[in-house]
Design a protein around this ligand. Structure first.
Ligand SMILES: Cc1ncc(C[n+]2csc(CCOP(=O)(O)OP(=O)(O)O)c2C)c(N)n1
Ligand code: SF4
Length: 498
């Protein structure tokens, strides 16, 4: 994906890390010609990259599926403004939730935002599709969604490299009706969006990224992404309509293909996105049992999927995830457990403290909720001892606004920031409080204690959690006070040097 974007003349790339999308920006940061950044969160990343595209530079934003939720506000209106230079949104879904708090099928976002979506089924296609995505973006004045899933993101293939070609930069234009989305202008742009959708429908009918493979005519599949690869292993002689352009739907192509096969089966991971559309079109096709809407498809599941049988859960002994042996989070949670407090948790390595034997983290919803849940839970359960816990990267991502809210609305309690000087959960990326950029260059460093004081917190303390006695005493003191406090538990992640 990164290579393809680079070859297409990509100039600006922004992201916040998230499995399985993180490596795209890490790879792009190796190209000196690309202005690559870790942004503080996905909304910010989206807006900086879109701004660059509206300014005239081919730009890319990458995130995991839940990251796109954070960027949904700018995304929905970016569909109206359109772009000047090409703008590509890469979103990586995680079927099976290998490293995610939920299992979303981002194909619906294309439908909802009326944006075109491409879905590569291999690394070679990822490279090819992203190049085409820039062209579609500029030709149709639209952001383009590129959807990947874990098994396509985390796989490898030999590809032939091409030269980088940078198209001439268009001049920044002052086009108020197009870029100022006040109601009157937005109404006109919505008319444009509907017209564009019809043009994209026509493109979908003729795009070379949908492939028809003629088989013996007995069995035919409509499929896309990694499901196509799995099917080919089991049914090499069948007919295929392999979709590369997921949205808008290519209705004529689907209907024509359906007529060429005796039995038609739609095979897709997660939601019945294609299945429902085929039903709406009146195209008769077999589809998977609803039990397969949960979790990944896998090569060995394909015969049951095609036969319409229900999913048989296979009992396997799973290796449980665990904090590293010398992780500083152990010390923090040992102290929390001793105090027997309800821990409003968040997302990071420390979420693993919910598992036995620790079992010391009691809620985890989304990034930033460690702070806001502290406030909300206290309203719901007055008098209970509650501590909000989140990591340094998560605090910068979306904890700061919650902390301002808590101070402004006179909330009380302790917010514990586990500052291990990295974004450990996703493999150790930099963020503003590490003082280093994506290329490990020194930059302005965000001082967390100054930020917390500026938010209006009553007490801000910095302590090393491995200094067990001092940490435990401080925690106990703050928990028993009627104040809003932040304790920054600072100790580097053990894997940082590696
Ligand atoms: C909206 C969203 N974006 C990205 C992620 C992926 N992710 C999970 S936790 C996390 C940050 C972890 O860093 P930190 O809070 O510092 O905790 P650590 O893992 O270092 O202990 C990220 C980027 C996510 N789950 N949700
Ligand atoms: S990677 Fe770092 S923060 Fe995560 S469990 Fe290991 S030591 Fe702890």
């Amino acid at each position: 994906m990164a290579r393809g974007a680079y070859e297409a003349g990509l100039s600006v790339a922004c992201a916040y890390p998230g499995t399985p999308s993180t490596e795209i920006l890490e790879a792009l940061a190796r190209f000196p010609e690309v202005d690559a950044q870790w942004s503080v969160n996905e909304k910010v990343a989206f807006e900086v990259a879109l701004g660059a595209a509206i300014g005239g530079a081919r730009s890319l934003f990458a995130c995991k599926h839940v990251g796109l939720n954070v960027a949904m506000d700018p995304l929905m209106t970016a569909s109206y403004t359109g772009i000047l230079a090409g703008f590509v949104i890469v979103v990586c879904d995680d079927p099976g939730m290998h490293s995610s708090q939920n299992e979303q099928d981002t194909r619906w976002v294309a439908l909802y935002s009326k944006l075109p979506m491409l879905e590569p089924a291999s690394p070679a296609e990822a490279r090819q599709y992203v190049q085409e995505a820039f062209k579609i973006s500029e030709r149709y004045d639209t952001p383009v969604l590129l959807r990947m899933t874990t098994r396509v993101s985390h796989t490898s293939e030999n590809i032939v490299l091409q030269e980088r070609r940078v198209p001439p930069r268009p001049e920044l234009e002052r086009n108020i009706p197009k870029y100022v989305m006040v109601p009157g202008n937005a109404y006109q742009r919505h008319i444009f969006v509907e017209q564009r959708l019809r043009q994209l429908q026509a493109l979908s009918e003729r795009t070379r990224f949908d492939r028809i493979e003629k088989g013996d005519g007995k069995l035919g599949f409509i499929t896309a992404g990694v499901a196509y690869q799995y099917l080919k292993e089991h049914y090499p002689d069948a007919s295929y309509l392999k979709l590369g352009m997921i949205y808008p739907f290519c209705d004529d192509k689907i209907k024509a293909f359906a007529k060429t096969v005796k039995k038609l089966v739609v095979v897709e991971e997660l939601d019945p996105f294609l299945e429902d559309h085929l039903r709406m079109l009146g195209v008769k096709a077999a589809a998977k049992d609803p039990s397969f809407r949960i979790g990944e498809l896998a090569p060995e599941l394909i015969p049951a999927v095609v036969a319409g049988r229900a999913k048989q859960e296979v009992k396997v002994v799973k290796r449980k995830p665990r904090l590293c042996a010398e992780c500083p989070h152990w010390a923090s949670f040992a102290a929390l457990k001793k105090l027997d407090v309800y821990v409003a948790g968040d997302i990071g390595c420390y979420t693993l403290a919910c598992l036995p034997p620790m079992s010391a983290l009691h809620s985890c919803l989304c990034m930033g909720a460690g702070v806001t849940f502290n406030e909300g839970l206290r309203k719901g359960a007055p008098g209970k001892k509650i501590v909000g816990v989140l990591g340094d990267s998560t605090f910068v991502h979306s904890g700061i606004t919650g902390l301002i809210n808590a101070a402004y609305n006179k909330a009380k309690g302790v917010i514990l920031i586990l500052d291990n000087s990295t974004t450990a959960m996703t493999g150790g990326q930099q963020h503003p409080a590490t003082g280093l950029t994506i290329r490990n260059e020194p930059t302005k460093k965000l001082i967390l204690e100054d930020v917390c004081r500026a938010c209006g917190v009553d007490h801000v303390d910095v302590v090393d959690p491995k200094d067990l006695e001092a940490f435990r005493t401080l925690l106990e003191t703050r928990v028993n006070e009627d104040a809003l406090s932040v304790i920054i538990a600072r100790h580097p992640c053990k894997l940082l040097r590696r």
